[in-house]
Design a protein around this ligand. Structure first.
Ligand code: ADP
Length: 695
């Protein structure tokens, strides 16, 4: 609460030393003035103050001051206390002891109040109750100390119990009177100070005038003496209630303080209904009367403000809902929980589901939902608690299909359980996503086919080898058939070789077809070691033609990864092709290293390094940008697509390079944890097409 007070009062940016000094001086002045007022409200001939404001001022100051500056409050109060007390002949030790008991009352009251109140402006019932309790506890406890000090010093003849009783009632009344004025008027959020209209000002003037008039007549004129009927005592009370009901705690506490002052002033000067109390030197009746009015008034003002705040918030949220309902971009309907019937629906709801704007009866939401969406919504409704959301496919009355985000929340409406259902049409968004996805797939495929053309001579060479072998083996076999006796063993060996060569050619064609195919993404568990071997095998002639020495290293027991085999092969082919091209200008020492590894962070990595010229530091990031190329016939899309493939697989593709010493590209993919299952994720339209992705 301390920091909130500080923010509200705008003291955060003030010079802290000046702020501390200001607090000390203000408290000192107020404390001294309070003591003077206390003396003025003393019954003569006995020096007995009915209301002693300094303690209450101290308590109020602690409530409105941040805790770290409390020392300044006490530092300011001490000299004022000495100034006020010492000239009256009170022994110095007792003066100091009184300061200790005053400080203890303020401290206890402030701690209890700040511990239990929810704001220090007495604007809630809880704060008002906390304040009354804090005031009572502080007065009860500190008065023990007060009375004990007097007894200890041996000043005066009053016994301990009487001293304690006098102090309790006097301190309690002072706290109930002074602190509310201080805390409500020192905070910025005041009813009275905020927007006072001329009419309200007029009302306040009438109120204060009426209060003064009745209080003076009842308590300060000779008209009424101690023999009046008790009902007349309550004449100012309607004005206090008026202040509480209409203007909240700030004005009601001020009005109450005025009454208290006039009551005590009258009695102290031999006038009003409490004259007898003054004569008998027993202010208890006055104190009891005033304290009980104070408590009632504080509670009333707080309750009224709290209720008004609650009503204002309720009105605000009602207005908010009604604006969102009528003008918001979403389709909203309130439906009955028991049968799904529409209680009320907004214009967007009618538009989305194809109803005319004057439609009288609407079909339930369930009737518009696809079966799968209906099941999903049903399971959402059965989940207890707050709002739930899901994506649904619905059909409007004209048969149009929409994809919508549905949010559903239970509400109580006139004792019946209902649901607020909000639909946001995301058909266009989903369509755009699907188009973008299709375009990406198309581009990936095209670049894959384009990169295969780079390998065309290698592939032709690779295919030629088994075909030539098949031909020469077949001719050899034919020649063997011309010799008698037939050498069956040799012919069998030749046929086995023919079959082997055929298999090799078949594998190559299969691989080529796979890479050329424009199939859907298919996420499966992949053994990266095997995938790397396949790719290197596929382009092995490339290394021979380009005189590149290939070094490989495969990590044993490599965990599997989740991915689309063709896309991952495309990625690796691109890295290998780039590495070969990077070393083209070299005449010797062309070495490519391909390795796999399993890292402690749970990733599986494939590293492709070469001994080419490397990549200058300023191009490190740019090589992944689309259309960045340094090659004459390059497209500049290879690495951009490779990185996107890596990201789409939940991994990354990075490069390290020392110019002049080659480049190292590193693909990192998350390993598949044992026992994890692949799941299907819906694409547009949500309930009909699905593509496999892993959890
Ligand atoms: P392209 O091969 O069509 O140029 P890429 O996106 O595959 O498109 O590569 C972009 C650029 O990155 C290349 O032009 C080249 O400058 C640089 N690059 C890629 N791989 C290497 C490598 N291993 N060594 C040096 N530079 C490389």
């Amino acid at each position: 609460m301390a920091d909130a007070t500080e923010v509200r009062r705008g003291t955060f940016n003030a010079d802290p030393h000046w702020e501390t000094f200001r607090i000390a001086v203000l408290v000192g002045l107020a404390y001294y003035a309070g003591a003077r007022i206390g003396l003025a409200l003393t019954f003569s001939p006995m020096p007995l103050s009915v209301l002693w404001p300094p303690n209450a001022l101290l308590l109020g100051a602690l409530v409105v001051t941040p805790r770290r500056r409390w020392w300044a409050v006490f530092a300011g109060a001490l000299p004022a206390h000495l100034f006020a007390e010492l000239p009256h002949g009170v022994p110095t030790p007792l003066v100091l002891c009184w300061f200790a008991s005053n400080a203890s009352e303020a401290l206890i009251g402030a701690l209890v109040f700040r511990r239990f109140a929810d704001n220090c402006e007495l604007r809630t019932l809880r704060s008002a109750v906390a304040f009354c309790c804090a005031a009572a506890v502080a007065a009860l406890l500190s008065s023990f100390l007060d009375a004990a000090f007097v007894q200890l010093v041996g000043w005066g003849t009053t016994d301990f119990a009487t001293l304690w009783r006098i102090r309790v009632s006097s301190n309690l009344l002072a706290t109930l009177t002074v602190v509310p004025v201080l805390v409500t008027w020192s905070t910025a959020e005041l009813d009275v100070r905020r927007h006072v209209t001329p009419a309200q000002l007029m009302e306040i003037v009438c109120l204060v005038a009426g209060l003064f008039a009745t209080s003076i007549v009842v308590f300060d004129s000779g008209v009424v003496d101690s023999g009046i009927p008790p009902t007349l005592l309550y004449l100012p009370v309607p004005f206090l209630v008026w202040a509480a009901l209409r203007f909240g705690p700030a004005l009601s506490s001020l009005a109450y303080a005025i009454v208290v002052f006039l009551v005590i002033w009258g009695a102290a000067h031999g006038r009003g209904p409490f004259l007898l109390a003054a004569v008998q030197n027993d202010p208890l009746p006055i104190q009891l009367f005033l304290s009980s009015v104070a408590v009632l008034l504080l509670l009333l003002a707080a309750a009224v403000v709290e209720r008004r705040e609650a009503e204002r918030m309720l009105r605000g949220s009602e207005e908010l809902f009604s604006t969102a309902f009528r003008q918001g971009p979403d389709a909203i309907a309130i439906t009955r929980a028991r049968d799904g019937g529409i209680v009320e629906a907004n214009k967007r709801w009618l538009e989305l589901l194809g109803y005319p704007s004057n439609a009288q009866s609407l079909a339930t939401l369930g009737e518009h939902l696809s079966p799968a969406s209906r099941d999903r919504v049903r399971s959402l409704k059965s989940e207890p608690g707050s709002a739930q959301e899901t994506e649904v496919v619905l059909t409007d009355r004209q048969g149009g299909v929409h994809v919508a985000l549905l949010v559903i929340a239970p509400v109580q409406l006139m004792g019946e359980t209902c649901h607020i259902t909000i639909l946001r049409d995301i058909t266009r968004q989903r369509q755009a996503e699907k188009d973008a996805y299709d375009q990406r797939r198309q581009l990936t495929h095209l670049t894959r086919v384009a990169s295969l053309s780079d390998f065309s001579s290698t592939i032709a060479h690779e295919l030629n080898q088994p075909l030539t072998a098949i031909l020469s083996n077949a001719q050899a076999a034919l020649r063997l058939f011309a010799h008698e006796p037939l050498n069956v063993a040799e012919i069998r060996a030749i046929l086995v070789e023919i079959a082997e060569s055929d298999k090799r050619a078949g594998l190559l064609i299969h691989h080529l077809r796979l890479l050329m195919k424009k199939g859907d993404e298919e996420f499966v568990q992949v053994d990266l070691n095997q995938l790397v071997r396949d790719v290197l095998d596929f382009v092995r002639s490339e290394f021979l033609v380009r005189t590149v020495e290939l070094k490989t290293s495969y990590a044993p027991d490599l965990p599997q990864v989740r991915g689309d085999r063709v896309q991952l092969q495309q990625l690796l082919l691109n890295l290998v092709c780039n590495a070969c091209e990077a070393m083209d200008a070299q005449t010797h020492g062309k070495v490519m290293e391909v390795s796999t590894s399993h890292e402690a962070d749970g990733t599986v990595q494939v590293t492709v390094s070469d001994t080419g010229p490397g990549i200058p530091a300023d191009r490190m990031d740019r090589v992944f940008e689309p259309f960045f190329t340094t090659k004459q016939s390059g497209l500049g899309m290879g690495l951009a697509i490779c990185r996107r493939i890596a990201t789409a697989h939940g991994g990354s593709l990075t490069v390290l390079s020392r110019p002049g010493e080659g480049a190292t590209f590193q693909l990192a993919l998350p390993q598949v944890l044992p026992g994890r299952r692949l799941e299907a994720t819906a694409h547009f339209p949500a309930d009909t097409t699905s593509t496999a992705t892993a959890s």
